[in-house]
Design a protein around this ligand. Structure first.
Ligand SMILES: [Zn+2]
Length: 64
């Protein structure tokens, strides 16, 4: 049983798969951002992940 899924620009991915993400496109940088340069914030309600966003550590933009 996982922790749910996170929606990224690449679609829904399992939380446990996040570390395997190579790059995602930041909406502000508009360039591939390495997984190590993003911070993922998941919204949890009633014990379930209902939404997730990630912020770019380079420009602090929040991507949903
Ligand atoms: Zn950025």
């Amino acid at each position: 049983m996982g922790f749910g899924q996170i929606h990224t620009v690449d679609g829904w991915v399992n939380v446990e798969d996040i570390p395997t993400i190579d790059t995602v496109i930041c909406q502000l940088c508009n360039e591939p951002t390495e997984a190590k340069d993003i911070t993922i914030t998941a919204k949890i309600k009633d014990g379930q992940v209902i939404a997730g966003t990630w912020s770019c550590n380079k420009c602090s933009a929040v991507n949903g």
